[in-house]
Design a protein around this ligand. Sequence first.
Ligand code: NAD
Length: 491
Amino acid sequence: MVEVLNLINGQQVSADRWLDLVSPATGEIYGRLPRTPTALPAIMVARDACASWRNTPVRERSRLMHALADAIESDLAAFAEAESIDTGKPVGLARTVDIPRAVANLRWFADSVMEFGSEHYETGSRAVNEVKHLPVGVIGAISPWNLPLYLFTWKIAPALATGNTVVAKPSELAPVTAWKLGQLATEVGFPPGVLNIVHGLGAEIGESIVQDDRVGAVTFTGGTVTGRRIAETAAGQFKKVSLEMGGKNPTIIFKDADLDSAIATAATAAFANQGEICLCGERLLVHQDIHDEVVAGLCARASELVIGDPLEPETQFGALISSDHRDRVESMIQRARDEGGEIVHGGKRPADLPDRCRDGFFLEPTVITGLDMTAITNREEIFGPVVSIMPFANEAEAVEMANDTDYGLSAAIFTEDESRAARVAPAIEAGTVWVNCWLVRDFRVPFGGVKHSGLGREGGDDALRFCTEARTICTATSRTTGDVTKGAVPT
Ligand code: NAD
């Protein structure tokens, strides 16, 4: 049995109360994690560790982060297996995407912080301004279960690199790789109190991080309902928040698209990681003339997916995160039927699973047609392997349908017409729009959502800026009286 512990002040700390760790692939309890009531002890040590960590030379902070990345990389197979067991995702995906990306997150921020210096501005001949980017202090990092280590490191890496101490709370549904990372952080020499990892329920320990006014900023990835609650709590303290939340992303295929490639990518966008990626394309908008061809192509792709034991290397499609989540997705499929939609592929629990996985939380990739934008199916985030296909008549209608949502995280458009791409991409209300591709990510670009999908941007310099406060030091280079009427203060 796996026993996850809290990491506080460099020590593995046990708990009085526990939560079960359940394997999505088998339905079995395979360990436990602390149900910690409050993050207070971790916040206190993180606060105490602030002064020395912020004064640790950036080169040393960067070295430690690379050492942590090295340690994870050299244990990549074990991390990938742990991620697969914890989430039900195919181990091949964890091995090629989740864990390498976690390593890359640590390395990228370890390197980019070296270039993240202060800025200098001369104000005529009167003064020089130095803008320093100083750490916020203690940063709370709250992450979800779908890409556990990937998103956990995406949050802690910029915070640590810029000299903040961290109190991080992984999802209670998938905490194992964060716990393993914490052990390695101690081994490679992170000073006690710099990185604290605490486990438990969002409504308990998560809330205690957000409520504590010693936590200067909270970086959160998760659902929109949770994000709203965090924003409300943080607002009272004028605490910085970065919120990466849900999506209802459109994939748009125009008549002039390279259809084979568009269908293949749309299928990946719908079903990768069992549809449990915030960037998945749950709404597939298709020109009416190619609607039937796309439906057939997507169903063919869905039926080719190898569904099975996530620990088998050939498996492409694993289990959903929990029994509750599968129930929820199934109820949304039933609602699609009730709304008049047709389930043209999937919609059921797969029959043909290995014995070990008989009680796992599997659900077939599912394709729905026949619903328009008034259907709840096309408005609420499902966050599972379900795609709804809708026809459009022309470009204007496609854009209107794409934007007819509370969300605005991402979109993907497929067209061979460059002028169309140049018109449509900026017209879509989303943080990221992909043209003829999906999920191509560059560390340097801002990442985030508009509307109910996000507040703020992460990635690149945006993350480094979020984790720091700008302080301007303006030094006179010629003495003035400070009399504004004499032009002493330039505009
Ligand atoms: P969730 O909101 O239920 O939980 C996310 C994290 O917040 C967990 O660690 C949870 O314990 C914690 N939490 C819950 N309630 C809290 C509270 N009141 N105060 C503080 N913390 C609290 O989300 P989830 O089910 O883990 O993840 C799925 C959601 O995440 C989906 O909506 C998905 O779209 C979204 N997501 C967004 C992105 C993005 O980058 N925009 C990436 C991945 C997932």
